[in-house]
Design a binder for this molecule. Sequence first.
Ligand code: DGL
Length: 274
Amino acid sequence: KINMKSTSLTNTMPTIGVFDSGLGGLTILKQLQQDFPRNKFLYCGDTAHLPYGTKSQESIEKFSSNMVNFLISKGADIIIVACHSASSVAIDYLNTNFSIPIIEVITPSINSAIEETKTNQICVIGTHTTINSKTYSNKIKSINNDLIVHEINCPLFVPIVEEGLENHNISYMTTKLYLESINSLGVDTLILGCTHYPILIDMINRVIDNNIFIVDTGVSVSKDLKNIIGINSQSNNCMPKHEYYVSDMPYRFHELASKFLDQKVGDVRCVEFK
Ligand code: DGL
């Protein structure tokens, strides 16, 4: 069941709903909380259905719209789809069925990459869902057909990060396997098209040439959000109390959540999104 809500962002201090397939979206939330310290954030991680990176479009559309409904019911005025897989395959469905403003992570990342590239060769890495959808390359090409886009599936990166192996030799070998080839392509800009990949940034930097610029999705999304809601300078005496929801309490939740958010996530509630 889909809940319709009128678009207007009349609230001068909008509540921002952020959702992801799991906890990786906390890498984006971290940046947003830093840049919008007065706004209240609601975070949903669909840990019961993780990973989205191997699932069908139909399932991801259904899971994503359940989270948007839930976030609206909790008071969200604007939604950030922090998950690249959901942004790749579910954004049209969400925009058709909800009138609340929804920001996905792909367009902002692309805008930053296009601003940056000089060789006109961009590499995008992501999950099977994201890469197979060709959403990144289609969007980049629709902006400038002269740009060359290299897309690489990196399916082992998510489990490596979830297992805490980002500094292990296995991570180095996998990064080499996936990314070494881009050094000879003329690529000068790399989009980390997955929530988990910023955790691998040191390893990625070890493997790719140091003249390749890495797009930070969190920073790009934050810029877009600023354009929509502005930076509110009103003084707000009480600190916003953020809310965190997951659809399953996974094994090693706190360890993973604090890895992505860089601080402890307090007061998490486990609920069914519908
Ligand atoms: N959040 C997903 C993404 O950004 C990665 C994890 C998953 O496969 O669900 O694509």
